[in-house]
Design a protein around this ligand. Structure first.
Ligand code: NDP
Length: 474
């Protein structure tokens, strides 16, 4: 039998995707640079479906039906280029090379253009859901040509997560579109995690609650509008007790958050596109701050407020829950703005509603909430920002007072909440009648003759600041 698809790169992600494909009845040819991984996969999981173990790229290519489909699941960066260079000469026009790794979308655009010249479809494909998702159903974001999606899509839809019977996989758009949206997905994930961490910190310090009690709070929140994978696992992590010391697990873990790069890329690209993704940026910076042992050590003795935790009155937990929801809406709204800006910049025609649909399941940010985003973008007129879509505008209005109380309380207690407070600042900036940007324009005109516009007349103006301070048309 000829294999329907080949997978090269059999570390956790590749092996689990290959097993998922085999379990769905697809004959899968498998290959890895070190053959031991290939052998181990077939020995341990061969009974789950039909695998064709291949020792070389040539063998893998020979095992495939045409047009060939090769899924590359190797370390992102130079290894991906090395593997492409190995396989491309063995492929023929019409064949498909799929990169399921976390590639930078600009690399994907470069690779796609180079392979297109040889008639090979290069599909930059975002895959989210981690190890378990890869095996049981990830969220899949393939870019590339429509033609390649016609040949690949059904198989990917087979192995994707399903929500209400709808697969969490859709063609995103040409060349780098799939990897771009996966990047922003990860950026949103950073923001969501940071906000949850701030909520935990507020409740722990503000109310003096224990991790075990907080696990119950998050489990309870997971039954309402915040219901999501990240809230669910937060409860699990908080409930965990360290076997060695008997202390709460969160108290024995070093408080330095690491990162692999997709969050940072999201912010870098947002700056280039001119999209304010302050929630994602604050999340990336907060991880960075946590990792700066030198700065933290030097500043540890600086004074803070006299008020200590455990003293907050009112229904602070409910305030925090509402503030978390409002801040989360802002972070997602900003992420979707970035996707729309990227789509416009690169002419991808990404459908934000379709994206929200495939993020409802399989991926790390999966949540009930994504259904509301899908609905917002399904409206006859697309909202300029999700904040003004009726459902979200109502939710923000409802959260309003709690949100402000939480940010004010955090400032009083000296609890850092960059995510909550920047989200509120963004909300207030967007809704402001006038922003102090007018003053900034004045300053720029003063020192650099950068000119300004007026509210009452068309044209560009400059004030002769070092002269008689009259205004001239610039
Ligand atoms: P790793 O990122 O750890 O990569 C290991 C694999 O890459 C091995 O198969 C290794 O082969 C292969 N490899 C490395 N360098 C080369 C090279 N020069 N030539 C050929 N093969 C090479 O594996 P993961 O399974 O964790 O991830 C695979 C991809 O999926 C990555 O791009 C990752 O970013 C992405 N991803 C990972 C997720 C996760 O949760 N882990 C989630 C979503 C995407 P060998 O065995 O011979 O060393």
């Amino acid at each position: 039998t000829q294999a329907r698809i080949g997978v090269t790169g059999l570390a956790v992600m590749g092996a689990n995707l290959a097993r998922n494909l085999a379990r769905h009845g697809h004959v899968v040819a498998v290959h890895n640079r070190s053959h031991s991984r290939t052998k181990a996969l077939v020995e341990e999981h061969g009974h789950e479906g039909v695998f064709v173990a291949c020792e070389t790229p040539e063998e893998l290519v020979a095992a495939l039906e045409r047009p060939r489909r090769v899924l590359v699941m190797v370390k992102a960066g130079a290894p991906t280029d090395a593997v492409i260079d190995q396989f491309a000469p063995l492929l023929e026009p019409g064949d498909m090379l799929v990169d399921g790794g976390n590639a930078h979308f600009l690399d994907t655009r470069r690779r796609e253009a180079a392979l297109r010249e040889r008639g090979i479809h290069f599909v930059g494909c975002g895959v989210s859901g981690g190890e378990e998702g890869a095996l049981l159903g990830p969220s899949i974001m393939p870019g590339g040509s429509a033609e390649s999606y016609a040949a690949l899509g059904p198989m990917l839809e087979d192995i994707a997560a399903k929500v209400d019977g709808v697969p969490c996989c859709a063609h995103i758009g040409p060349d780098g579109a799939g990897h771009f949206v996966k990047m922003v997905h990860n950026g949103i994930e950073y923001a969501d995690m940071q906000l949850i961490a701030e909520a935990y910190d507020l409740l722990r310090q503000g109310l003096g609650m224990s991790p075990a009690d907080l696990a119950d709070v998050f489990a309870e929140w997971n039954r309402g509008e915040l219901s999501s994978y990240l809230i669910e696992i937060t409860a699990e992590v908080l409930r965990q007790v360290d076997a060695a010391t008997g202390r709460p697990f969160v108290d024995v873990v070093a408080d330095r958050a690491e990162q692999k790069g997709t969050g940072r890329w999201t912010v870098q690209i947002a700056l280039d596109l001119g999209v304010p993704v302050s929630g994602i940026a604050e999340a990336v910076f907060a991880r960075s701050v946590s990792g700066h042992a030198d700065l933290r050590e030097a500043a540890r003795g600086l004074p803070g407020p006299a008020a200590t935790g455990g003293t907050v009155g009112g229904d602070f937990a409910e305030d925090v829950r509402r503030a978390l929801y409002a801040s989360k809406i802002v972070a997602y709204a900003q992420g979707f703005d970035q996707i729309r800006a990227g789509s416009a910049e690169y002419a991808w025609n990404v459908d934000p509603g379709a994206l929200a649909t495939i993020w409802r399941g399989g991926c790390i940010i999966r949540a009930v909430f994504l259904d509301r985003i899908r609905e917002a973008y399904a409206a006859a007129e697309q909202p300029a920002t999700l904040l003004v879509a009726p459902y979200f505008a109502d939710a923000l209005a409802l959260a309003q007072r709690s949100w402000r109380r939480v940010v004010a309380t955090a400032a009083e207690l000296g609890i850092p909440v960059p995510g909550f407070s920047s989200a509120l600042a963004y909300y207030d900036a967007l809704r402001a009648e006038r922003l102090p940007a007018a003053l900034i324009q004045g300053q720029r005109d003063f020192f650099g003759a950068h000119t300004y516009r007026r509210v009452d007349r068309r044209g560009v103006f400059h004030t002769l600041w070092s002269g008689d301070r009259t205004e001239v048309e610039g």
